[in-house]
Write a protein that binds this ligand. Structure first.
Ligand SMILES: Cc1cc2nc3c(=O)[nH]c(=O)nc-3n(C[C@H](O)[C@H](O)[C@H](O)COP(=O)(O)OP(=O)(O)OC[C@H]3O[C@@H](n4cnc5c(N)ncnc54)[C@H](O)[C@@H]3O)c2cc1C
Length: 112
C-alpha cells in the first residue's frame, strides 16, 4: 500500500487539460491507507440462452432441454437489445430464478 498512493498523488498533481471537468480526485497524503478490490462486472447482457416461460433453456430444435434453466445475464433478455432502466435486470433475474426453481422442484417431485 505504499506504491498506489504515490502514483495517485502524482496523477492528481499533474496539470489537467482545460476540457476535463472532474474535480473529485484528491491527493492521499497520510497513512493509514485503505483499499478495496474493484473488479469489472457486466451491467447487463442482451443475447443469452433462449428460455421458455419457466426459464427452461430452449434447445436448437425449439424444445426445452430437460433440467437446464437460465436466468439473469445468462438468459436472453426480455428487453432485447435495450436497457430501459434500473430494476429490469435484477427484477427479471429474480423472477426467472424463482420460476426455474419452482419448475425444477415440481419436476423432481413428479419423478419421486
Ligand atoms: C454497477 C452496477 C449497477 C447495477 N444496477 C442495477 C440496478 O440498479 N438495477 C438492476 O436491475 N440491475 C442493476 N445492475 C445489473 C444487475 O446487477 C445484473 O444484471 C444482475 O446482477 C445479473 O444477475 P446474474 O445472476 O445473472 O449475475 P451476477 O449477479 O453477476 O451473479 C453471478 C454470480 O456467479 C458467481 N460466479 C461467477 N463465476 C463463478 C464460478 N466459476 N463458480 C461459482 N460462482 C461463480 C459470481 O461470483 C456471482 O455471485 C447493475 C450492475 C452493475 C455492475
Amino acid at each position: 500500500m505504499r506504491q498506489r498512493p504515490t502514483r495517485l498523488r502524482a496523477s492528481v498533481r499533474r496539470p489537467r487539460p482545460s476540457t476535463e471537468t472532474s474535480t473529485s480526485a484528491r491527493s492521499i497524503e497520510r497513512a493509514p491507507f485503505y483499499a478495496v478490490a474493484v473488479v469489472p462486472a457486466p451491467l447487463a447482457t442482451s443475447l443469452g440462452l433462449r428460455v421458455g416461460p419457466e426459464a427452461q433453456v430452449i434447445g436448437e430444435h425449439g424444445q426445452p432441454v430437460p433440467g437446464l434453466y437460465a436466468c439473469g445475464n445468462d438468459a436472453n433478455s426480455a428487453m432485447g437489445p435495450e436497457y430501459p432502466g434500473a430494476g429490469c435486470q435484477i427484477g427479471a433475474g429474480l423472477t426467472f430464478g424463482y420460476l426455474a426453481a419452482r419448475h425444477a422442484a415440481r419436476t423432481a417431485s413428479r419423478r419421486g
